[in-house]
Design a protein around this ligand. Structure first.
Ligand SMILES: Cc1cc2nc3c(=O)[nH]c(=O)nc-3n(C[C@H](O)[C@H](O)[C@H](O)COP(=O)(O)OP(=O)(O)OC[C@H]3O[C@@H](n4cnc5c(N)ncnc54)[C@H](O)[C@@H]3O)c2cc1C
Length: 261
């Protein structure tokens, strides 16, 4: 039977761009360019490697996000995933990790899965908790923060590297896995992959397709809230130390005055 691998990928604001909060103190996702969260590329890579090792496998990438989040799905499809699911609904605005995990769990159940692979954290929210909450919602084991992962005999087997020790972990399928940025370089999409991705299926789902009521997600249902946000102060001009024989001393004095040394 075909191994069903689902990869959670998030569309995040480009960290090199100018990012803002909207008036309701949620992240302004409309006014900024976005991309597939770089840490999720590792999850796609591991999914593709597992699929290549399996007799038969299908890799589905899934995202909960705005219209433009399709770009993240296309990137994953061009890397080699087979199909995509996009959950988009205006009532999702302001959802926190509880709302997002609920939507992902329902969409993953609808899609069908043997293993779910996520990144270690998104590059915007960086909570790193979604995979654990997702496993709880799905009622399956979680094996998180793996730097090595394989599927064998109906089990997921992996290595988690800590500061002082490495753990060898395993869990029976179905399971949720998250992988770190040490799990192996993600492949670049080839030209052929980019062209093929244009023809791969992308299923669009709304909350009503998942039997989720509007009041279960969104800002009102969020367990967390942003009370206030302050713009980062503009950069000052800085201090230029001209070396006319005393440069080193002046530099040391400057650093001492700023309490750096
Ligand atoms: C349109 C929209 C508006 C939102 N507004 C808010 C808001 O106002 N306030 C707020 O707190 N949160 C909001 N969220 C949710 C937030 O962006 C995160 O998705 C959620 O809080 C998870 O936290 P994280 O990104 O830190 O996840 P982490 O736990 O750091 O993520 C770990 C992994 O989970 C997976 N993952 C995380 N998010 C998604 C996703 N959306 N789709 C697919 N896979 C995912 C990825 O594999 C990721 O690497 C919004 C989300 C969307 C889509």
């Amino acid at each position: 039977m075909s191994l069903r691998i689902v990869v959670c990928v998030k569309y995040v604001p480009d960290a090199t761009g100018d990012r803002h909060f909207a008036d309701d103190l949620t992240v302004d996702r409309d006014d900024v360019d976005g991309l597939l969260s770089e840490l999720d590329e590792y999850a796609v890579e591991q999914a593709l490697q597992i699929a290549e090792e399996a007799d038969e496998a299908e890799v589905t990438v899934i995202t909960v996000g705005p219209e433009d989040a399709k770009d993240a799905l296309r990137k994953a499809l061009s890397m080699g995933a087979d199909k995509a699911v996009h959950v988009e609904d205006e009532d999702l605005h302001g959802s926190d990790v509880m709302g997002t995990s609920l939507v992902l769990a329902k969409a993953i159940e609808k899609t069908g899965y043997d293993v779910v692979i996520a990144g270690m954290a998104s590059t915007d929210g960086t909570m790193g908790v979604l995979p654990a909450i997702l496993a709880e919602r799905l009622g399956v084991p979680q094996v998180t923060l793996l730097s090595e992962v394989k599927i064998e005999d109906g089990k997921v087997i992996g290595r988690r590297d800590g500061d002082t020790a490495s753990e060898q972990l395993e869990a029976s399928l179905p399971a949720v896995v998250s992988v770190t940025d040490q799990s192996g370089e993600a492949r670049y999409p080839s030209f052929k992959g980019i062209m093929a991705a244009k023809k791969k299926p992308v299923e669009s789902l709304e909350l009503s397709d998942l039997d989720i009521e509007a009041d279960e997600v969104g800002l009102e249902a969020a367990w967390t809230a942003v009370d206030s946000a302050t713009e980062r102060p503009a950069r000052t001009a800085g201090t230029i130390v001209k070396d006319e024989g005393e440069g080193g001393k002046q530099l040391a004095e400057f650093l001492a005055s700023q309490k750096f040394i």
